[in-house]
Design a protein around this ligand. Structure first.
Ligand SMILES: [Zn+2]
Length: 171
């Protein structure tokens, strides 16, 4: 129940990028991305930890810099939310809601409290999903190993060195 899902189906590929076209991954224009955290309660903290404040969060661990802003945006923005979205089949969802070619203008990550708050998921599990959805928006596909980008596990709430190298290769 509640498999992790992309908002947009990735192109069939064995690579670790979320491909837009051919070998071009989806990505923001550059490493400096406006970040709006619209989640409430502890989900706000979970996104903050995974995005910016954990030592191995995306923003300090890779070349990405998330510039926190106070309102959602659609021009060069990564917006994060948590809500009770119902029996959607996904714990978390990464969606590209506005783009110019393969450049993301508005990316959105959502965590589904309908599953995540049903008593079956630990805070670590929630952090894993948050980390993964944000990672998708940087252009990463699922991978294996001890990393939040592994969609077969839920207990590694951080990117690994492979993810860091993959992100840094495109930003
Ligand atoms: Zn995923």
């Amino acid at each position: 129940m509640g498999a992790l899902a992309f908002g947009i189906a990735p192109a069939a590929s064995g690579g670790h990028y979320w491909y837009c076209s051919g070998s071009t991954p989806w990505k923001y224009a550059n490493y400096y991305i406006n970040y709006y955290n619209g989640a409430g309660g502890d989900y706000y903290n979970i996104y903050q930890e995974e995005s910016k404040t954990d030592s191995n969060a995306w923003s300090p661990y890779t070349d990405i810099y998330l510039n926190q802003v106070s309102a959602a945006g659609s021009t060069d923005h990564l917006n994060t939310y948590a809500g009770s979205y119902g029996a959607t089949g996904w714990l978390g969802l990464a969606s590209i809601e506005s783009n110019s070619g393969c450049t993301i203008l508005k990316g959105t990550a959502r965590l589904n409290k309908s599953y995540l708050d049903n008593g079956s998921y630990s805070r670590t599990n929630k952090k894993h999903v948050a980390c993964q959805e944000v990672g998708h928006l940087f252009g990463l596909h699922h991978t294996s190993g001890t990393t939040c980008m592994n969609d077969q596990i839920l207990n590694a709430p951080y990117p690994n060195s492979h993810d860091r190298d993959a992100v840094n290769a495109i930003y």
